[in-house]
Design a binder for this molecule. Sequence first.
Ligand code: DGL
Length: 268
Amino acid sequence: MKNSINESPIGIFDSGLGGLTVYREIRKILPNEDIVYFGDTMRVPYGNKSPDNIRTFAKEISIFLKGLGVKTIVVACNTVSSIALDVVRKFGVDTVFGVIEPGVKFALKRTRTGKIIVIGTRATVNSHAYKTKIMEENSKIKVVEKACPLFVPIVEENFIRHKSAGLIVEEYLGEFKNTDYDSIILGCTHYPLLKNVIKKALPKINIIDSSKACAYFVKDFLYKKNMLSDKRKEGSTEFYVSDMPQNFKELAYRLAGVKICKINIKRF
Ligand code: DGL
């Protein structure tokens, strides 16, 4: 039996625009769902902030999304997924998805050598959330974690096609070139936008894009719980940011190919 929850929107949030990589994948495979996206453009980046602050931001955003009547919250930010999923469950809704678990499950299916690289922001790497989850699933896997703090500004400044991007990626990841690590988890929502540059630096390594994995995880879960929308028409998306809406709109299109007509401001 379907009920009103099916027609409620899916809430997605990130510290800024990186979460659009998750939004994009969800929109592709769930075209009939209504979606509300919030990007905390006033407080981005989260990746260099303290866990206490990140948990406070997560609480405020969860209360906001709950107030908009979302049926589920997708935490499209690795930093928040690593540090504050419990906060989102407590102050938001019961059905909450992070990006860690789907990314880990996908990586475990792909690796043949049992050696996985995880890259992310400092906060994500310091939390060891990926390593912990991988160990929970399979304690024999060897994991190396590396923070790549310059990757986010490369994306935000739209330097992804600039030669400096290649040099920086090489500097951070070159050490893995001739090793038997065979999979790399992009543990930050911005990193899929650098996929081509990473592929060039590590041509033999499987790239695990957690945004794609997360979208399939969400679809599968909502389907099994009978929570998907029944609508036949295309779903709508409402965008909210906490600052600089015009800038967000332009970058969303330029970097993620997401066209935004109307954008709202929400400040805390
Ligand atoms: N969205 C963040 C993440 O996935 C990256 C940007 C930030 O540091 O806020 O970890």
